[in-house]
Design a protein around this ligand. Sequence first.
Ligand code: FE2
Length: 337
Amino acid sequence: MITLGIEGTAHTLGVGVVDSEKVVLSNVIDMYRPEKGGLHPREAANHHADAVADTVVRAVREAGVSMKDLNLVSFSMGPGLGPCLRVAATAARSLSSRLNIPIMGVNHCIAHIEIGRATTGCRDPALLYASGGNTQVIAFANGRYRIFGETLDVGIGNMLDKLGRELGLGYYAGPAIERLASEGRNLLDLPYSVKGMDVSFSGIMTAALALRRKGHSLEDIAFSIQETCFGMLTEVTERAMAHIGKDEVLLGGGVAQNSRLRGMIKDMAEARGAEMFVPERKLCADNGAMIAWLGSIMHESGVRMGIDDTAVRQRFRTDDVPVTWRGRAAPRLSCPD
Ligand code: FE2
C-alpha cells in the first residue's frame, strides 16, 4: 500500500510517500522562513498554500510512482497553527476526492513517536519531543500515548528562536545558539523551572536577556541557557522513564538535533541502563513521511475516516487517540538517501 502524507502544523510544509513494504520512498520539505520577525501563522499558511501543489507533485515524482498508484492520503490534523493545519487538510481532502482514495487525519506528536519506532529499532520508548511549538514527554500506557510532562507556556524551540532574535542571531536561532554555547565557559544563574513533571521556559528567556544587558557574553548566555533548559528536560524525561518503567528513550522534534541535548539524554539513559534512539535528521524534524507512515499503520489496523471526520484540531492531544495498531510486530522502515 502506498501512502502520501502531508505535514503542515507550523513552519514546515512536508510531503512524504511511504510504501507499506517498509520503505520511505520520498520525503520533501519546504520550510517557511520569515524575512523578519517571528513566525506569523497566516503568512506561513500562505507559503504552504503556494507550495503544496508543487511539493505533492515533487514527492510523488521522487518516490518513483504516479498519482494513480496512491492508495491513501494522510495529513497532520493537529496540534498546530489553525491556518497552516487547514492548508494541509484542504490539500488532503482534495487529493482524496480527486483520486477517490481514503483519507486519514493523524496526530502530529504520535507521528514523531511512530516514525522513531519504525526506523530506529526502539520498541516501547518514552519520547522526549522538543520542537518549536511542542515540548512534551510522551509514552504508551493503558492503550494510549499519554503526556507525562510538558511545557506550561512556550515550546523550547520557540523560546530559543525568540531569544536568538532578541540577541540579533536571526530566526531559527537554535544552531547559532548551539555554536555559541560550545564556546561558553561560565554557567550563569538562570531560573531552573521544573514544576512537578512540567517545565516552564518564558521566565528563563527574560532572565537571559537581563544577563545580556548586564554585559555577559553571548557565549556564556548560550551555554547557560542550554545547560539549564536541557537539564530540566533531562530531569523530567528521566522521572517519566522511572515512573512508567521504560528502558528506551526516543528523541523527536527539531531541537532534538542539538548535540548537547542528545549528549545529556544519552548520559542519563546510560546511567540507568537504558538506551537512547534518534531518528535520522530528516525524519526527526517535522516531515511528511512520518505523517504518511502513521496514516498507513492506522489504516492497516482498521481505522477509517470520512471527509466529515477531518476537521483540524489545533489542540489535538495525544491521549485523545485510541491506539489500535500496537501489539502487532513493529515493522522496520528504511529510508534510503
Ligand atoms: Fe513536530
